[in-house]
Design a protein around this ligand. Structure first.
Ligand SMILES: [Fe+2]
Length: 168
């Protein structure tokens, strides 16, 4: 078995060219790696956060993790619809994610909020950039998916950032 995904997409009746489908597969898999990393980082924060606002942050970070799973599923399934392989293994995600490294020595709830906000923002801002790329390539469905995910991620980012007294 090959360790890397095929360089050309599988045949499908979707009437976008193989080149467009492959380009969208690469884009979707990059975003998939980011959002799967977000899920892990949000769970890590959910488990380890402490302090007077524990309950609220514990729940909020779990909400972010659950949504990150949903967003990842939608990105992965779009890649497969286009004839590409959804590359969701932990090994691939670790190599490919563009998120800031998740710290292990977080001491305050505010630092946890910043960790999750930074990870969410990295995911949402990269997805936002890819909306135009998908549109320009002629794949309105992928552009629409990225638009929806970015909108929902921006909303979660608001919920997280609202726990910071000063925006940082
Ligand atoms: Fe839990």
């Amino acid at each position: 078995m090959a360790k890397t995904a095929p360089k050309t997409p599988f045949p499908t009746r979707v009437d976008l060219s193989a080149d467009i489908r492959m380009a969208m597969g690469v884009l979707l898999n990059q975003r998939l790696a980011d959002f799967l990393d977000l899920e892990r980082q949000a769970k890590h924060a959910h488990w380890n956060v402490k302090g007077i606002h524990f309950e609220q942050l514990h729940e909020l970070f779990d909400d972010v993790a659950a949504l990150a799973v949903k967003w990842s599923d939608d990105l992965a399934e779009r890649a497969v619809q286009l004839g590409c392989v959804a590359e969701g293994s932990v090994q691939t995600v670790a190599e490919r994610s563009k998120l800031p490294a998740c710290p292990m020595n977080v001491e305050t709830p505010t630092q946890w909020v910043i960790v999750v906000a930074d990870a969410l923002a990295a995911c949402a801002n990269a997805a936002r950039e890819d909306i135009d790329t998908a549109d320009d390539a002629g794949d309105a469905i992928t552009a629409d998916l990225l638009t929806r995910i970015t909108g929902e991620a921006d909303k979660q980012l608001w919920f997280v950032e609202a726990h910071l007294e000063k925006q940082s």
